[in-house]
Design a protein around this ligand. Sequence first.
Ligand SMILES: *Cc1c(COP(=O)(O)O)cnc(C)c1O
Ligand SMILES: [Zn+2]
Length: 416
Amino acid sequence: MDSDLWLECISCHTKFDARKMIYVCEKCGHLLDVNYSNLDRALEGDWKDKPISVWKYSPFLPKLEHVISLNEGKTNLYHCINLSDKLGIDNLWVKNEGENPTGSFKDRGMTVGVSVAKSLGSNIVACASTGNTSASLAAYAAKAKITCVVFIPSGKIALGKLAQAMMYGAFVLAIKGNFDEALELVQESCERFHMYLLNSLNPYRLEGQKTIGYEIVDQLNWDVPEAIILPVGNAGNISAIYKGLLEWKKIGLIDKIPRMIGIQAEGSAPIANAYKKGDKDVTFVEKPETVATAIRIGKPVNWEKALRAIYGSPKGMAETVSDEEILEAQKTLARTEGIFVEPASASSIAGLKKLIDDGKIERDERVVCVTTGHGLKDPDTAIKSCEKPIQVEADIEEIEKILSKIMRKTMNAYAV
Ligand SMILES: *Cc1c(COP(=O)(O)O)cnc(C)c1O
Ligand SMILES: [Zn+2]
């Protein structure tokens, strides 16, 4: 790592060496940012002409001895005409992060985080996870040839994610507790046993994740959208996207910051609750509950950075949605646009619908919803929330009866 970057406390602004394996300020315990001295040098490079991907934006990322990559990033930005018609808005795009190598945006954070681990000489990495973080870390650790230990809340992670962590060869510890407890335990374990921690408390993870915002602006031909809406769990992603775009604005690459809008599930909404009261502090939720397991988090470690994004961006905001609204939005997105996302991801769509209905988003705002993870991650919830397959005898007469019913039902919808 070269010397033009350092770690800096977001509260007391103490600076630390970028190679130091710390995750919070040694003086006051607050979160750390990765800061750079010479970002404006990037204005001269030819990186802008390259195709999008996480490492396209390397002038804004740490320069590292080892880069561990699975070709993450470069996810599609879908212009969703069917869905925007339905919701009553002129322009809606979906940035579908489920198209990453392990099926979630976590891969953007892990390509940077695991590259840092490898470059610092660490040979064992760890995380606590509601599922996607462990799937992603396990894959990148395999590629980097280092040991991976993941702490998951026992019985509370979606099936696809568990399958991934196991298949990529991580040591999986199923903790008899919730995610927040697993996170506290992995932090203590990392300290005691010198493992490198790769939860989003790790500021290098967020450096990778800020490229979501970079790709969105790049894909819209450098025309910054009015709003970016995304689900919020541990609150790393919203913080990362805001930080990245702020860096671009500071050097004049873009001239405005979008509204940063975070969506949480009603039963796990410490940040949205704080925003609604206008608070600068959050009250943690002791027993978070929601069908959207990826955002079932009561003590978001990045709450302070998230509030910075929500209050710091023009007309930033946070909103809550119910589990019913999440599951409904998941189906609507799949059935209008052919995009299948996991429940947590659908909360961004559910939130958009609610904010349009409440008049908090105007029809002419150009909105990007980030869908964070692939629908196949959580097959159980999908199967439970859809109509069952129709059981039919292997007989053409029986099939005819059923098909004629289906055709009568759908004729109007498909009539030409
Ligand atoms: C991790 C994750 C989130 C939450 O992101 P944070 O950065 O923790 O706020 C949301 N959706 C999915 C699918 C995730 O994997
Ligand atoms: Zn400090």
